[in-house]
Design a protein. Sequence first.
Length: 141
Amino acid sequence: MWCSKILVAYDGSNAAKKALDLAFQIAEQDPSITLVLTHVLHIVSSPAAGIGASAIVIEDAEPVRLELEAYAARAKNLSTVKLLKGTFAADLIVECAKEQECDLIVMGSRGRGGVKGYLGSVSYAVTKNSPITVLIAKDDD
């Protein structure tokens, strides 16, 4: 089989939901394929946060975590759900795929950032920097 472990990058956008569905369709074809569901919590450095607080999370992870758990309950061959924290989502996604020994990354064409181009900046950076195949699920918008 050309693929044994799929990392799905999820941000709650319509394109990311399509990516999850696509990854599930691929995994259903072969029960030996496992899924790694990921979401990046974007953090920024903040000197204003006070002494000892070097970074703050700029989103509430709970809604996305609940969505991922609902998808995870559907998955028969789930390996893990990972919440990644960092500044550069693309780097974290590529690094997680390496650490988890994935051979395919599936993600949406653009996320919640509002970029209306065909490829968002994160999906573009992942395709550019990933040593493994990246499958992009296009949003209908």
